[in-house]
Design a protein around this ligand. Structure first.
Ligand code: DP6
Length: 331
């Protein structure tokens, strides 16, 4: 019997996410199995939209991105191959993908990108996958993409195998009115991608200490979110961000993701905090700063930030939805 699959043009939107407890280091490079679990929040103002269509007779995959770098295109083709294998469809696809923010500046474009590609491709191939399966497949594209599939506040379980390493929502986005005020100090592409950084983590003499305490940190942060204890939550996420950068700085080769502007802002935030401001920073593998605050304080904070010459752009994010379908196709 011949199975006829209805191939359709599908569009999906997926958010970037900010990790409060970071993913840094892999125990399986190919499967993107992390050395530790991580905790994040989806960001409602930073997202990727991706349209996918498998077209009979197309000779090669046609991938159109904001920045058509060969590495990014090849990573997407590899991901399409993984999903073609699951569905046993062999057609090539046309894919158009757009970020509403600059790619590769440490704003997690690979997370939103692979989450959107995974969801759109699964439907375009007629696959009926659970959220857990989508998270697992997104992880194969980029580890942090596993966390951009579920809604709101998310935990990615470390897992021991392909099937056990996936992300799940731990609190809905309405649970806590906190915001991530993204402070863009540079829109230039970062010169070191996070992929290399993951490998170098093991060369830092402090990495094994980090791993010893990380499960404890995850338990703590989940509790603080549950209690909506902003003060202790803020202290913990800031310490965690500095720990990640302590690892990158002490790797061989040393990776310095910060720019002078990054440090200026960090010092300013700490100074303001001594004067009573309730806001804490976190930074991923990049130079831009995520300032986490309670929603009620946005106005005061923006007033303080808006005239700083180091900041090129400010993007305010509420906790966001996970990956979802859209009917606004890009082609
Ligand atoms: C610092 O998910 O970009 O943002 O799995 O190699 O694609 P790959 O890495 P990626 O790493 C993200 C690292 C981080 C921390 C985090 O998001 O948890």
């Amino acid at each position: 019997m011949k199975v006829i699959i209805n191939l359709m043009k599908i569009t999906a939107i997926a958010p970037a996410n900010i990790a409060f407890i970071k993913y840094w280091g892999k125990k399986d490079e190919k499967l993107h199995l992390p050395m530790n679990g991580s905790i994040s929040m989806n960001l409602d103002s930073l997202y990727t939209t991706t349209t996918v269509e498998f077209i009979p007779g197309l000779k090669n995959d046609q991938i159109i991105l904001d920045n058509n770098s060969e590495i990014a295109v090849n990573r997407m083709i590899t991901h399409l191959d993984i999903m073609r294998k699951i569905s046993s469809v062999n057609n090539k696809a046309k894919v158009v993908s757009k970020n509403n923010f600059p790619a590769a500046t440490g704003l997690a474009s690979s997370a939103s990108g692979f989450a959107a590609l995974t969801l759109a491709t699964s439907h375009a191939l007629g696959l009926n996958l659970s959220q857990k399966e989508l998270s697992i497949i997104a992880r194969l594209g980029s580890g942090s993409a596993s966390r951009s599939i579920p809604d709101g506040f998310v935990e990615w379980f470390e897992g021991e195998s392909n099937e056990t390493s996936f992300a799940q929502s731990i609190f809905p986005r309405s649970y806590w009115e906190i915001v991530d005020i993204v402070l863009i100090v540079s829109e230039k592409e970062k010169d070191i991608l996070s992929e290399g950084g993951h490998q170098l983590a093991f060369t830092s003499p402090f990495y094994s200490t980090r791993l010893k305490y990380i499960d404890n940190k995850i338990t703590k942060i989940k509790n603080l979110i549950k209690k909506r204890d902003f003060y202790h939550f803020g202290q913990l996420i800031e310490a965690e961000a500095l720990e990640l950068h302590a690892i990158t700085l002490t790797s061989t080769l040393s990776l310095i993701y910060w720019l002078p502007e990054t440090l200026t802002i960090i010092k300013l935030i700490q100074k303001w905090r001594n004067q009573g401001l309730s806001a804490y920073f976190t930074i991923d593998a990049g130079s831009n700063i995520h300032l986490i605050a309670e929603k009620k304080n946005i106005k005061t904070i923006i007033n303080k930030l808006k005239n700083l010459k180091e900041i090129k752009k400010i993007i305010i994010n509420n906790p966001g939805k996970g990956a979802r379908l859209s009917n606004k196709h890009l082609f």
